[in-house]
Design a protein around this ligand. Structure first.
Ligand code: PBG
Length: 329
């Protein structure tokens, strides 16, 4: 029908009509909070490139998490800040059962058993060179050797009590190997959230500062395993492979510049699609907010709602703590 019989503005006329006809919404059930953890007690460190986000020791994290969990926050994703003395060429600290992540998972799960704890499976916090995989003398990332290490890392996380393991390394075939090992060791209910479509993105810069891997990585790139930002069809291929190998959920990363990938993934597949509003997206928004160029709550809520519209089931966002509080007001 043409105007004036159809006037799209009729349903925008009042707040209650707008509410009634709203297609998507954001709730606390959509949020996963990524957290940077430190060894020791009572420690808090600001992250320069991510103003408003801190590295925390696990006791401080628990103080913050407990009220958030009571307000409905369901999940966290843990990223360790590993001291240089624990980094090596073979990343052996990654599967140390007494390592920072493994201890943190145990403590958090024993304090907040209902909270979903997601661990990052990748070697970059533990390698002296900052790559997600193990390298040879030439610096090539060795796929199959790395998978063996990732499997050991995964099993140590599962043993510590992680609910979900999230391989973020982009090695080929790692989901199949991890699923097989988990089944073999009777961790039937440990879920795999695969970073299936992870791009070689400049938007990870602040994260590498946050975990202290930027210096180790230096000028090296991750482009031989993370995806080319120019590619879209390839993401669908990657996701299909990971689902086939046993992923329970998949991730698209970064988020906002890649909403088309989320949408296409949602249209193709019937498992949960997660997306990561990465550190660079946080830094962009927060810098504009801190300069007074954007309204904080409105800008953040709009950005996250748009992830939902694109088809995201759960969003990893450094704003999850603030958003949980706002949604509870
Ligand atoms: C590494 C990892 C990265 C992020 C999460 N896990 C960075 C990278 O691939 O170098 C980035 C997250 C962010 O930027 O917020 N396995």
């Amino acid at each position: 029908m043409e105007y004036p019989f159809t006037r799209k503005r009729r349903l925008r006329a009042t707040q209650s009509l707008r509410n009634l006809t709203q297609e998507n919404s954001l709730t606390v059930n959509d949020l996963i909070w990524p957290v940077f953890i430190l060894d020791g007690f009572n420690r808090t460190e600001p992250i320069e490139s991510m103003p408003g986000v801190e590295r925390l020791s696990v006791d401080v994290l628990l103080d913050k998490l407990t009220p958030l969990h009571h307000q409905g926050l369901n999940a966290i994703a843990i990223f360790p800040v590993v001291e240089n003395k624990h980094k090596s060429d073979d990343a052996a600290e990654a599967w140390n059962q007494e390592g920072l992540v493994q201890r943190a998972v145990k403590t958090i799960k024993s304090t907040l058993p209902e909270l979903t704890v997601i661990t990052d499976v990748a070697l970059d916090p533990y390698t002296s060179h900052g790559q997600d995989g193990i390298i040879n003398e030439k610096g090539d990332i060795l796929n199959d050797v790395t998978i063996k290490a990732l499997v050991m890392q995964t099993l140590s996380h599962a043993k510590a009590g992680a609910d979900v393991v999230a391989p973020s390394d982009m090695m080929d075939g790692r989901i199949g190997a991890i699923r097989e090992a988990l089944e073999d060791k009777k961790y039937h209910n440990t879920a795999i959230l695969s970073y299936a479509a992870k791009y070689a993105s400049v938007f990870y810069g602040p994260f590498r500062d946050a975990v202290g891997s930027a210096t180790n990585l230096g000028k090296s790139s991750k482009a031989s395993y993370q995806m080319n930002p120019a590619n879209g069809l390839e993401a669908i291929d990657e996701i299909a492979m990971d689902i086939n190998e046993g992923a329970d959920m998949v991730m698209v990363k970064p988020g906002m510049p890649y909403l088309d990938i989320i949408k296409t993934a949602k249209d193709h597949f019937n498992i949960p699609i997660c997306a990561y509003q990465v550190s660079g997206e946080y830094a962009m928004l927060q810098s504009a907010i801190n300069n007074g160029y954007l309204e904080e709550e409105k800008a953040i809520m709009e950005a996250l709602l748009c992830f939902k519209r694109a088809g995201t089931d759960a969003i990893l966002t450094y704003y999850a703590d603030r958003v949980t509080a706002w949604l509870n007001q």
